[in-house]
Write a protein that binds this ligand. Structure first.
Ligand code: GDG
Length: 483
């Protein structure tokens, strides 16, 4: 049987070098959940970085990691601290990430980053090539590995390659800024099927392919010298049943069984029906529009004084990329804004913004989703945004209002949300007002439609649709070769 393998920057497990030796724990992220069902079922391997820098490890420790990973069907690419700095922090997070999210002013055009990106992409490709056989399929993930498809195709043309980009693909006028734009596009074109979250990203990609390489694009096929390949939109879903199931479980718990956080939330909000909770959850990232959200909330409290002492914004910010300068600056800006709002509108019994700078366990996350009257999702750019889908899945009583940025990929699937421009503070303030005044019946009508849509296209459906796309392009290519 031909196998299906996965490649991504990180493996779907985390490894810790503890007192009892190497410990491997499966991770619970969306990608890991969606892909695990596939690569295991098709007898494949998952290739990725272990999460530990190899410089600090002895040869025996490296071997111990490799051995532990065998049981998980995982293969580690070992990276040194320098490689992580230049390829991951450098090229991936200081060049591609800002560029693809339209933050060109944050790019650090360091040529060493590019050299390291090629070298490390080659390491990933070589690891994959060690296990790949003709007829196998490999699915490569995300912006850290844009060159891998071409590297694999050049050595093993008999392997079917899928590539999925989890972040936006920018318009040509932005993409062309990059000195290495042609190399990146060519790298991606090594794949037989390229997937994006939305049709707009796909369209931008086609425009770059046409203008940079002159290939003809018709419908969603790209005609190259000796190959036809395909690109399409596959909006990534979540493990809907896991979120809705957990939310049901949480809602049925008795007061004693509930977590401290949940008890506090219920005491504060359910105890007084005119108190309302607005939720915000993200990694700390300048793409997520966290300051915009705070400014919008501040303006809301200023313009609608009747809601002061009643409405709280609970803001979970998960630390991320703390070594990068832009992220440190953003952290200070967020700290300052929270302090300003709490100082301006807070009182002995009222804190307008409850701010958590940490990550919380899954159960707490569900408690936040299910206790919040409104979800406020305001990225200035976001490939998809799974938090929005998770909020919808967790609303077991079908109430709750979603306020959503028009700049998030997920907006294409959420016409029933209140849609805002994240750069318009007044619009955010108005949207909060509208959400808090929305009659329950209208909330239910909108939520029902959102839940139907998000539950139908979950992460398993997403993965199977992508694999179907791969089968389709294989058939098209066979016809093309037979001509
Ligand atoms: C990239 C793209 C695209 C957050 N805080 C906690 C926690 N989370 C989980 C959420 C959610 C995930 O992290 C965040 O996913 P997003 O999609 O919102 O954002 P990115 O991390 O930027 O992901 C994005 C995604 O890839 C998939 O293609 O949607 O556009 O940028 O699942 O639940 N989980 C736990 N504790 C927390 O404190 N347990």
């Amino acid at each position: 049987m031909s196998k299906i393998h996965i490649v991504s920057n990180r493996l779907p497990v985390s490894i810790e070098n503890g007192p009892q030796g190497m410990q491997v724990t499966p991770s619970v992220g969306g990608l890991a959940t969606g892909m695990r069902s596939i690569y295991k079922e098709y007898g494949g391997q998952w290739i990725g970085w272990s999460g530990i820098a190899s410089d600090g490890l002895s040869e025996q420790e490296v071997e111990a990691i490799d051995e532990k990973l065998v049981d998980e069907n995982c293969v580690a690419v070992h990276l040194s601290n320098e490689e992580i700095n230049l390829y991951y922090e450098g090229f991936s997070n200081n060049i591609i990430w800002p560029l693809f999210h339209y933050f060109a002013q944050f790019i650090d055009y360091n040529p060493d980053y590019w050299e390291a990106y090629i070298k490390v992409n080659r390491k990933f490709a070589d690891k994959a090539l060690e296990i790949l056989e003709d007829g196998d399929t490999i699915w490569v993930h995300d912006y850290q590995l844009l060159l891998v498809p071409e590297m694999i195709k050049a050595e093993k043309p008999g392997v079917t390659i899928g590539f999925f980009l989890h972040i936006p693909f920018p318009s040509f006028e932005v993409f062309r800024i990059l000195p290495w734009r042609k190399e990146l596009i060519k790298g991606m074109l090594g794949a037989d099927l390229i997937g994006f979250h939305t049709y707009d990203y796909e369209r931008h990609f086609f425009s770059s392919v046409r203008r940079l390489l002159g290939y003809e694009v018709s419908f969603n096929q790209i005609h190259m010298e000796d190959r036809i390949i395909m690109a399409d939109a596959f909006p990534m879903g979540i493990d809907y049943a896991k979120f809705s199931g957990k939310a049901k479980e949480v809602s049925q718990k008795s007061l004693q069984e509930k977590s401290e956080l949940h008890r506090e939330l219920e005491k504060y909000f359910l105890g007084s029906p005119d108190r309302k909770l607005i939720l915000s959850i993200d990694r700390l990232d300048y793409t997520k529009g966290i300051p915009n959200r705070l400014r919008g909330f501040e303006l809301f409290l200023e313009r609608f004084p009747q809601f002061r002492n009643k409405v709280t914004l609970i803001m979970l910010v998960v630390p991320s990329r703390a070594a990068v300068e832009q992220y440190k600056l953003l952290k200070s800006e967020v700290d300052e804004l929270v302090g300003k709002i709490n100082g301006r509108f807070g009182g002995i019994n009222y804190t307008p913004v409850w701010y958590f700078y940490r990550s919380l366990p899954f159960d707490n996350l569900i408690e936040l989703y299910s206790s919040s009257d409104v979800a406020l999702v305001t990225p200035v750019r976001d490939g998809m945004n799974l938090v929005a889908k998770e909020y919808i899945a967790s609303r077991v009583n079908q109430t709750g209002v979603m306020i959503l940025s028009e700049m998030a990929g997920v907006v294409k699937e959420m016409g029933e949300a209140i849609i805002i421009n994240p750069n318009n503070d007044a619009e955010i303030a108005e949207a909060i007002y509208q959400a808090l005044n929305m009659p329950l019946e209208e909330q239910r009508e909108r939520m029902k439609l959102l839940q139907q849509r998000i539950s139908r296209y979950d992460v398993f459906k997403w993965a199977s649709e992508f694999l179907k796309g791969l089968k389709k392009i294989e058939a098209i290519q066979q016809k093309f070769l037979a001509k």
